[in-house]
Write a protein that binds this ligand. Sequence first.
Ligand code: PLP
Length: 313
Amino acid sequence: MSQRPTLSTSYRDPHTYPPGVAYADGQYFDVREAKVSILDWGFLRSDATYDVVHVWDGRFFRLDRHLDRFFASMEGLRLSAPCSREEIVRILHNCVALSGLKRAYVEVVCTRGTSPTFSRDPRHAENRLMAFAVALGSIARPEQMLRGLHAVVSDRVRIPPNSFDPTIKNYQWLDMVCGLFEAYDTDCDVPLLRDRDGNLTEGPGFNLFVVNGGKLATPDDGVLEGITRETVIALCAPEGLPVEERKVTARELMDADEAFVTSTAGGIIPLTRTNDQAIGTGKPGPITMRLTSAYWDRHTSPEWSEAIDYSAA
Ligand code: PLP
């Protein structure tokens, strides 16, 4: 006989979490205590937007640009945060300061929220803002950073722009997740998804660059306009490197001298194999390495980064 269900008044989450600090509803707490309602549209419908900024050696990198994108994403989804931009800046600083983390992955999320009647009309939901800081992670493990990532060029089509605007940072990731399993099944690390015409777009959490004859190119359409991508494009001028935003084909990737991917979670990461073939020499290339050091150099510059006051928390 099955046991009669009882209503628990002291539910305890049995899962484990990394150390960190979260914010919701005016309070800061251990990230393990941060919860999203099972009735939140963010959970039930992926109806949310978010942004991720990193902290490197106690400084936020390009926080302003991440917040510009976050506010544009909220506008695109008709979401509004229940607090101002200045308050969000303070919340993110506080999450990091309270965590004590000097290298952190900091995420801010706005969800559609819940409605008291479980209404199917998104206008009835009360939008919610949450944030957290945990230790900085990367889309590549240390050994993958050194040898470069191996990508499978998937036949899977990234959600097309006329279905959902990919410049709005979103959790519509099932194409990416299925792509990741395809990569693992073929002994690769990551997938690269295509558009409906077969051109390359992006992968789970990163943008793509190819380098040929000293010139760079990155897909111009059907992708999130990554802040790391934007940073790399800005670094090309002082490095004397021409760069184009345009269509990039799988053939071009196979024939490239070098390739790399860009993400807040890892920076500039070499891509050294595609399907079964080496890209260039099969090792991280000189232009990739040059841009990588220019990128990390900018992390101490007050023009690109801002210090966190840990004593304020
Ligand atoms: N493309 C997608 C789909 C992403 O989710 C991300 C980051 O999460 C990126 C590209 C890279 O963007 P950024 O450089 O701003 O981290």
